[in-house]
Structures are given as C-alpha cells and as structure tokens.
Design a protein around this ligand. Structure first.
Ligand SMILES: [Zn+2]
Length: 113
C-alpha cells in the first residue's frame, strides 16, 4: 500500500507539472529516490507505468537516481550519508544512527512535448 501511495503521489506531481507547462505528452520523468525509502527502483518503475496508463505520462521514461540519506551519530555528532540502516558511524562505530527524516522521493524534472 505504501508503495502504491508513493507511486500515485509521483504520478499526480507529474500530471500537475505537465499541466503547468502545457505539456500534452510527458516523455521523460527524472526523480530522486531516497535509498532508505524502502522502495525498489524497479518496483517504482513498474508501478508508475501501470498507473500512468491513459494519462499524459503513459509513455514516459522514468529516470531514477538513488540518493543516500543523511544520518547523525548520537555519540560523536558526526553527520554521514548512508544508503543502509545497518550502517554504523564511520568515525566511532556507534549504531544505530539517527536517520534524518527526508522525502522518500523527489521529482527533479519532466520533459515532454
Ligand atoms: Zn560517531
């Protein structure tokens, strides 16, 4: 359900952007996906294409960049970018780190005609 919600949100963002720019056919969608969002890029891509059927984004290519999340060490205060929740502090070895709350995904750009 979580993944479906994220995919639907992405699609509505894309549709809103397309409307704003008077874009009738979206050819490419560029997004950044938080590595800790718990979502596989492939699952997102499949879900998006399934949901986008019959919309302006029907034929859009989805370009997904995986972004690390920011984490703070509660012991030494070091801030690191992590791609996994099992990662310990690279400075002092403390685990777990405080993962910064971030958007699961971010729409970077759309291209269309
Ligand atoms: Zn530390």
């Amino acid at each position: 359900m979580h993944e479906l919600g994220m995919t639907q949100r992405l699609l509505s963002l894309v549709e809103a952007q397309a409307r704003t720019h008077g874009c009738m056919v979206v050819q490419a969608v560029e997004i950044e996906l938080n590595a800790l969002a718990g979502m596989e890029p492939e699952a997102l891509r499949h879900g998006f294409h399934a949901l986008a059927r019959g919309t302006v984004a029907e034929a859009a290519e989805l370009a997904i960049t995986l972004c690390p999340a920011l984490a703070h060490c509660p012991a030494c205060g070091y801030t690191d970018s992590v791609t996994s929740r099992v990662q310990a502090c690279t400075q002092c070895g403390t685990w777990p780190l405080d993962i910064e709350d971030q958007e699961a995904l971010r729409l970077v750009a759309i291209r269309g005609a």
